[in-house]
Write a protein that binds this ligand. Structure first.
Ligand code: BES
Ligand code: ZN
Ligand code: ZN
Length: 499
């Protein structure tokens, strides 16, 4: 796909269609909307007047007109973007994605977009390019027929009066972010017979080589040596050996705070049957996405390798399959984690926290001073927040606030849930240091988080429960249903801000 930018003469772009953002209840009395209205013989004014189009977010109207003179396109797509006051740079990604998916259905492969966003031009470009790329992701990788393989050839971004270099740089950055989100989505969408822990590690390793990250894969023997009894208790019932994926980005010049290092740690359960505490058959197939946290880490690290921020970042994924078997962990087994704590496993379906326990401890041992872990950890978070907010919990309010703020900037919603000693009491075990469940049906997401907290020593730590947000059950005008790559953009912003 070719990305280009123009800063004048939008109407004259040599493309299959012109796409333009229209605000709610906007009139065609000024600016480029007026120019286009004149050009189309009053078509825009008429669809607005007859209320066929109101400019609500996600609304679209496709118009054909007689192209003449310098105007080469003969099609116009109006895309509603809602109230102007709510229009921020992430909305540009939604706009660009909506236009892309609409035009591809009409078999139009090149278009120019006028986002009409007043903010930073580079941000507009980042967002537009990301939206174009992520909107073309489809779930049909394994289809041999009826594939939606129509793709945009050329995208032209129009921002009046902007610096061409800002737009070019922004488009490049946006393309990297979009491709990295799609990398995450492809991993999350893979069937578990194909993407088992070894394959997940192979994909991470190949990616690391391509973008210049260091990559080490710890096998079970190495993890055994390190004392990762908690993680290994989850893989013991699987024919697929567990892998710990360790990705490292080191900048040429470090401009961050001295001694500080951020680690992103992901739950990479390539399939979660529940183990001996087996899940019901209905809906178990969804558990292929139980490695979404790990996929987010890998995709984010890919973008970091290409964008080259000036701070180091460690990426760790605990890639494990949770299966029932003669060698599987039994409810009531006691294991010892890497930090020496003993864990009574009372439910083998609460496995995410068991693998993250050793993964966060490993991150801290390898120099992480700030840890953000992400996981499809609990069904409870879906009950609490649905698919509109990711839960964030942590031991450092500043870090939690930063994540929420970065999320806002990037159009991703995070909602904080509390932790604290009173909650931690629920995981005290009668026979070991802690147990992996507690509190019955109460505060399930918090209990999961306070369990992970037991394995953090001094680091600032935040936990993201993405069980409700990592997979979309329905398609939207700007994206397919399925894996969302939630948190990739927010984490990249967090890294950018710590430079
Ligand atoms: N992977 C699941 C959490 C999950 C459930 C993610 C539904 C997405 C949709 C996790 O490993 C799990 O099974 N958690 C249990 C914890 C319980 C046993 C304390 C849960 O949420 O029921
Ligand atoms: Zn589980
Ligand atoms: Zn799970």
């Amino acid at each position: 796909m070719k990305f280009q930018a123009i800063t004048e003469n939008f109407q004259e772009a040599n493309v299959g269609a012109l796409a333009i953002a229209v605000f709610k209840d906007e009139k065609t009395t000024s600016g480029i909307l007026k120019d286009l209205d004149t050009l189309t013989g009053g078509l825009i004014g008429s669809v607005i007047k007859t209320e066929e189009f109101k400019g609500e977010a996600g609304e679209t109207v496709f118009l054909r007109f007689e192209a003449k003179g310098k105007v080469k396109a003969s099609r116009l797509l109006l895309v509603g973007v809602g109230d102007k006051i709510d229009y921020q740079s992430p909305n540009v990604a939604v706009l660009a994605g909506t236009a892309t998916r609409y035009l591809l259905k009409k078999n139009i492969k090149s278009f120019a977009l006028a986002p009409r966003f007043d903010g930073d031009a580079a941000d507009t470009a980042v967002s537009a390019a990301q939206g174009i790329v992520t909107s073309q992701f489809e779930l049909d990788k394994y289809k041999t027929q009826d594939k939606k393989d129509n793709k945009i050839d050329t995208f032209t971004l129009f921002v009046e009066g902007a610096k061409a270099k800002d737009l070019k740089d922004g488009l490049e950055r946006g393309e990297i972010i979009g491709d990295s989100m799609n990398f995450t989505r492809d991993l999350a969408n893979e069937p578990p017979n194909i993407l088992h822990p070894t394959e997940m590690a192979n994909r991470a390793q190949k990616m690391a080589k391509e973008v210049g990250l260091k990559c080490e894969i710890l096998d079970e023997a190495k993890m055994e040596k390190l004392g990762m009894g908690s993680l290994l208790s989850v893989s013991s019932g699987s024919a697929q050996p567990a892998k710990m994926i360790v990705l490292k980005y080191e900048p040429k010049k470090n401009t961050g705070k001295k001694g500080e290092m951020l680690a992103l740690v992901g739950k990479g359960i390539t399939f979660d049957t529940g183990g001996i505490s087996i899940k019901p058959a209905e809906g178990m197939d969804a558990m292929k996405y139980d490695m979404s946290g790990g996929a987010t880490v890998i995709g984010t690290m890919r973008a970091i390798g290409l964008l080259k921020p000036t701070v180091p970042v460690l990426g760790i994924v605990a890639a494990v399959e949770n299966m029932p078997d003669g060698k599987a962990t039994r409810p009531s087994d006691v294991v010892t984690a890497m930090n020496g704590k003993t864990v009574e496993i009372l439910n083998t379906d609460a496995e995410g926290r068991l693998v993250l326990a050793d993964a966060v401890a490993y991150a801290e041992k390898h120099g992480a001073t700030k840890i953000v872990d992400m996981a499809t950890l609990t069904g409870a978070v879906i009950i609490a927040l649905g698919d509109l907010n990711t839960a964030v919990l942590g031991n450092d309010q500043e870090l939690v606030d930063e994540i929420i703020a970065c999320g806002k900037e990037m159009g991703e919603n995070f909602w904080q849930l509390p932790i604290g000693k009173e909650y931690s009491k629920a995981i005290k075990s009668d026979i070991a240091d802690i147990k992996n469940i507690g509190g019955g049906r109460k505060a399930g997401t918090i209990i999961g988080a306070v369990f992970i907290q037991e394995f953090i020593k001094d680091a600032k730590w935040a936990h993201l429960d993405i069980a409700g947000t990592a997979w979309a059950d329905d398609a939207k005008p700007h994206r397919s249903k399925g894996p969302t790559a939630v948190a990739v953009r927010t984490l990249l912003k967090l890294v950018e801000k710590s430079q």
